[in-house]
Write a new protein. Structure first.
Length: 134
């Protein structure tokens, strides 16, 4: 299945909207930062921003936070990235794709990944499995 382009419109899943809005609020610098929020099957949420990190991506941080909490039923990741206007949506990098796929594979359940720009005007839905090359 190819990535699905979405808009925040009636019918958009409320849980995904909540996670995206929370991730967008993590962005401190409108030109550089990314925010990630991960939802576990228990309803627990784990959030991190690249503004909090010396280096690297936010996705491995939230996956590690869930693991440390003993929660491995990862369901939904919201990833919001800032950047110049009209540069589109940024998808997870190669290393993060591997980490997300391994988390999904370990749980035998794919992870929905909503990626958006900082204004949430462009949203793409993919799964951890779809992001890995075959
Ligand atoms: Zn990454």
């Amino acid at each position: 299945m190819a990535p699905i382009e979405l808009r925040l419109a009636p019918g958009f899943p409320g849980y995904a909207r909540h996670l995206l809005e929370k991730a967008a609020r993590l962005i401190a610098d409108p030109h550089e930062n990314a925010g990630a929020v991960l939802l576990d099957g228990t309803g627990a949420e784990f959030a991190a921003s690249t503004a909090d990190l010396a280096d690297g991506c936010a996705e491995p941080v939230v996956v590690d936070m869930a693991r440390r909490a003993g929660l491995l039923d990862l369901r939904v990741l919201a990833l919001v990235t800032a950047g110049a206007p009209n540069t589109g949506v940024t998808l997870p990098c190669g290393g993060c794709r591997q980490i997300l796929w391994e988390a999904a594979f370990a749980n035998d359940r794919d992870i929905e990944i909503y990626c958006a720009d900082a204004s949430l005007s462009e949203i793409v839905l993919v799964t951890a499995t779809e992001l890995l090359p075959r």
